[in-house]
Design a protein around this ligand. Structure first.
Ligand SMILES: Nc1nc2c(ncn2[C@@H]2O[C@H](COP(=O)(O)OP(=O)(O)OP(=O)(O)O)[C@@H](O)[C@H]2O)c(=O)[nH]1
Ligand SMILES: [Zn+2]
Length: 358
């Protein structure tokens, strides 16, 4: 298979960023997966496994979001004893970020340097519009261009009509019913991943992402659920992979996301939410009062749309819910950042006191 750097997305932007790392023993590559700090990196000379350099480990301790992630372009260094280390992560073009787990004040980066982000939702069992909207918000926030893939089209009577009924949940986004059983829609999806482009798949576990990767890559490169059913199934939840498409670009599979907390990226305005709910935002802009709460105010375009059925109550409620969630996440992250700062201040003060006492 052709593993040329340009087909993986290597371009002028990256070439310029790599310049200051360009020295003997070092070369660029793209991270295909990360397992407990060991990165599988695709380079022009083949696939290597690299551990993090001392400096990378230091950076990581200071900022967990700086660690290499599937999709990252990195600098690897070959040592005389044949060890390979990962020395730097080149600047990211786009990134998919979810809310961090636990007390983390930063988001968790799922995948980077994505051009197209495909939200994958199965047609069978019934698609969940709320989940589509949540993932569309995450998708728009990434900076990549979203598409919606409705999988298992072979399992329903009229996939095209069904696809149309979910158009409201993804305004302005191409919706493509696909099936890896009868091949429907696969050629359309392939057109989104020409050489040099990266398409990430995000969706719930069991949506058929791995099957889709296999179908597009023309090989069993991913372990699908059907194959895992023998009980020896390995843990695929932490499995992320960058898979080259023959004659095309690359697909980046992400682990099945059972629940994705939205992360408020620094713009503070919930930009992904604004774009994923562009129709609602348009209504909001048409309300008479700019601070309309769409409650009892006169000339409220949102309430009018709800009464006319132009906007479903379900979608409106989900919009409010995601707004509240983002606001909560923003407060949580701010509080966490303040706590970290207080801790730093206290330590500095203690050190100063000690210096005075000695
Ligand atoms: N009928 C039908 N079944 C499919 C199709 N694609 C996948 N499946 C089945 O759906 C199940 C889940 O498929 P996977 O590809 O493993 O799903 P996944 O999204 O990768 O799941 P995780 O790896 O858990 O994230 C398997 O039993 C597949 O055989 C399809 O196009 N049609
Ligand atoms: Zn209003």
């Amino acid at each position: 298979m052709n593993l040329s750097m340009p087909s993986l997305g290597w371009d002028d932007r990256l070439r310029a960023a790599y310049k200051r790392h360009d020295r003997r023993g070092q070369r660029p590559g793209r991270v295909a997966r990360v397992d407990r700090g060991i990165c599988t990196v695709l380079t022009a000379e083949g696939t290597v496994r690299a551990s993090l350099s001392g400096r990378m480990l230091g950076d990581l301790a200071a900022d967990p979001a700086s660690g290499p992630c599937a999709g990252d372009w990195v600098v690897v260094r070959q040592w005389p004893d044949d060890r390979t280390t990962l020395e730097a992560v080149l600047p990211r073009k786009t990134s998919i970020v979810r809310a961090g787990a636990g007390k983390a004040a930063t988001g968790q980066v799922i995948a980077t340097n994505i051009d197209i982000i495909a939200v994958v939702e199965p047609l069978d069992p019934d698609p969940d519009p709320g989940r589509i909207e949540r993932l569309m918000t995450l998708a728009w926030d990434s900076g990549a261009t979203p598409i919606l893939l409705l999988t298992k089209a072979d399992a329903v009577g009229d996939p095209a009509a069904l696809a149309l009924s979910f158009a409201d949940s993804a305004p302005g986004v191409p919706i493509i019913p696909v099936s890896t059983v009868n091949g429907e829609g696969l050629d359309v999806v392939a057109e989104y991943v020409p050489s040099g482009r990266t398409m990430a798949l995000v969706g719930p576990s069991g949506a058929g992402k791995s099957s889709l990767v296999n179908a597009l890559a023309g090989a069993e490169v991913m372990v699908t659920r059907a194959l895992r059913a023998d009980g020896r199934g390995r843990h695929t939840t932490s499995y992320r992979a960058l898979v080259p498409v023959p004659g095309g670009g690359v697909i980046l599979d992400t682990p099945g996301l059972r629940s994705v907390g939205l992360f408020d990226r620094d713009n503070g305005e919930g930009d992904g939410l604004v774009r994923a709910f562009a129709d609602v935002e348009e209504l909001v802009a048409a309300c008479r009062f700019s601070d309309c709460r769409h409650d009892t105010e006169p000339d409220c375009a949102v309430r009018e749309a709800l009464e006319l059925g132009a906007l479903s109550a379900r979608r409106y409620e989900n919009w409010r819910k995601l707004q509240r969630e983002l606001a909560f996440e923003r407060r949580r992250v701010d509080a966490r950042a303040r706590a970290v700062q207080r801790d730093k201040d206290r330590k500095r003060q203690q050190a100063a006191t000690r210096r005075r006492e000695t």
